[in-house]
Write a new protein. Structure first.
Length: 170
């Protein structure tokens, strides 16, 4: 959340959060932003619907009732990659401050709660321009379809990232 607060004061139109184990092709994303009909209040990524709130205090993703009383999270984007318009981010941060909502360790789900409060629905990019999959899913990394994506993977090795980069730059 601190990095999002910092990004909110920068002179930018969009803020992208990408994990270090995801391959991100910036020129392809910029092309998408310039050529697509995107919502003014962009909030996009690999959307998770119906995520269960974990109440076991020993679990890594535990969320106390003091932070969220519901049993399911509202739709939110999966943490390895997301993009938000700066105007959207400013609204999210404002509602966070005005309503005294305490951030909790699942920053992506927390942002989803804020988005729901201000009436902004996440735009699903997974499978269209983003392919966020973990190491458990078999992907044909040589397949031509991968050229359509600007964010790929999750838990990618550095070797895989170099191979993807070579593919996109050739």
């Amino acid at each position: 959340m601190s990095s999002l607060w910092l990004a909110s004061v920068m002179d930018v139109q969009f803020i992208v959060k990408v994990d270090d184990d995801v391959y991100f092709h910036v020129p392809k994303m910029i092309w998408w932003l310039k050529t697509s009909s995107i919502p003014e209040k962009l909030y996009a990524g690999a959307v998770i619907n119906g995520g269960i709130v974990i109440r076991n205090p020993k679990h890594k993703w535990f969320v106390s009732e003091q932070f969220l009383n519901d049993t399911l999270f509202p739709p939110y984007y999966n943490g390895p990659f997301y993009i938000v318009a700066k105007s959207t981010l400013l609204e999210l941060l404002k509602v966070s401050s005005n309503e005294g909502l305490t951030p909790f360790p699942l920053e992506d789900a927390y942002i989803g709660i804020l988005a729901k409060r201000v009436g902004i629905a996440p735009l699903q990019l997974n499978g269209k321009h983003v392919l966020i999959v973990g190491p458990w899913k078999r992907i044909n990394w040589e397949g031509k379809k991968l050229n359509d994506f600007f964010a790929l993977g999750h838990a990618l090795s550095i070797e895989r990232m170099f191979k993807l980069h070579a593919r996109f730059t050739n």
